[in-house]
Design a protein around this ligand. Structure first.
Ligand code: NAP
Ligand code: GDD
Length: 326
């Protein structure tokens, strides 16, 4: 039975990935952090998942975790992942989302000893690295031009992963994942903010939703599909980097159209207010990925489309808000 260690197990992707690996028969360890962290209770409820405490900023805690888990595969999903927050906390974001990758790579390298490819390593890179895009659609070879402290930290982690592969012969792969969402998405991200607001407005619990830039475009996929791509990358004989995307792009306005229409509201204009506080110091205007390499090499393709996913999120939020309202 293979063993995996997942950092960021309490996050959206960590939850889906741990369930996927447990269903495949893996022994799965998840790294959790902090004192009295309420999210730890959620993952304690996943049957079979074993928890280890550690923090990406604390190398010795990572060394301890790797030596305890003795993993065949490491999935480094832990990060400060909210782009807007990264301007307010640029140093912290660099420490966790950037230097944290170096710490995890180093803990893995030291554990591997004389056999650098003993452990297969996955790094959660991001389409946010493309920032001010230099090519449309974006692919693995597109020049990176990050537009946020988060994006800069991800570029550091991305190149450090490549560097460890090239310098030490580690089996280290990066998934350049475009935005992916689900009913488990954090409520700070725009899809979930909108689907939760649609549910609450429909139930008479909220009057409006305040948003920033409605013209930005994203390539949005379903998180459940994207964790499968992570696993497939680590099943390859050779480590490499892959874009994971749907190849479609939609604006925030289109997101509003789909979410409100699913609740029977065709004209959302009176329910949406613009609040400049949600505008960013620098914006990523357009993301659309070309995942041909992943299709051809991994045999991966997205199964859930944009509209189906947004409708799934609205339904889940309606159910959750009804339960909370009881
Ligand atoms: P998420 O829901 O925000 O989860 C982030 C995880 O990182 C949480 O489990 C969090 O733990 C953990 N974490 C934060 N600070 C940490 C620290 N100092 N030490 C250890 N763990 C720490 O993010 P996600 O959407 O699942 O994304 C997973 C990864 O993919 C992230 O690296 C993200 O940047 C990257 N990514 C995401 C997308 C996307 O669209 N979702 C796209 C491209 C790349 P707590 O619960 O304790 O806070
Ligand atoms: N969060 C948020 N809140 N975004 C808003 C709002 C709002 O009220 N109004 C407009 N937006 C716009 C943002 O300006 C951005 O252009 C877009 O909606 C998407 O924002 P987010 O959902 O916060 O995601 P993101 O694209 O910045 O980052 C996500 O995807 C990256 C991959 O490209 C995160 O998951 C990152 O961790 C991930 O790397």
């Amino acid at each position: 039975m293979p063993t995996a260690l997942i950092t960021g197990v309490t996050g959206q992707d960590g939850l889906y990935l741990s369930e996927l690996l447990l269903a495949k028969g893996y022994e799965v360890y998840g790294l959790v952090r902090g004192q009295n962290n309420p999210k730890v209770e959620i993952v304690r409820g996943i049957p079979g998942l074993k928890l280890l405490f550690g923090d990406l900023t604390d190398l010795s805690s990572l060394l301890r975790a790797v030596h305890t888990a003795r993993p065949d595969e490491i999935y480094n999903l832990g990060a400060i992942s909210y782009v807007a927050y990264s301007w307010e906390n640029a140093r912290l974001t660099s420490d966790v989302t950037g230097m944290g990758v170096l710490n995890m790579l180093e803990a893995t390298r030291l554990y591997c000893g004389d056999d650098p490819a003993k452990v297969r390593f996955y790094q959660a890179s991001s389409s946010e690295m493309f920032g001010k895009v230099q090519e449309v659609p974006q692919r693995e070879s597109t020049l990176l031009w990050p537009r946020s402290p988060y994006g800069v930290a991800k570029v550091f982690g991305h190149y450090m992963t490549i560097n460890y592969r090239e310098s030490y012969g580690m089996h280290a792969s990066s998934g350049i994942l475009f935005n992916h969402e689900s009913p488990r998405r954090g409520p700070e991200f725009v899809t979930r903010k909108v689907t939760r607001a649609v549910a609450r407005i429909t139930l008479g619990l909220q009057e409006k939703v305040e948003l920033g830039n409605l013209d930005a475009r994203r390539d949005w996929g379903f998180a459940g599909d994207y964790v499968e791509a992570m696993w497939l990358m680590l099943q390859q004989e050779t480590a490499d980097d892959y874009v994971i995307s749907t190849g479609e792009t939609h604006s925030i306005r289109e997101l509003l159209d789909v979410a409100f229409a699913h609740a029977g509201i065709d004209d959302w204009s009176s329910y949406v207010a613009l609040n400049p506080a949600y505008l960013r110091p620098a914006e990523v205007d357009l993301l659309i990925g070309d995942c041909s390499k992943a299709r051809e090499t991994l045999g991966w393709r997205p199964k859930v489309g944009f509209e189906e996913m947004i409708r799934m999120m609205v339904d889940a939020d309606l159910a959750e808000q009804r339960t909370l309202g009881v």
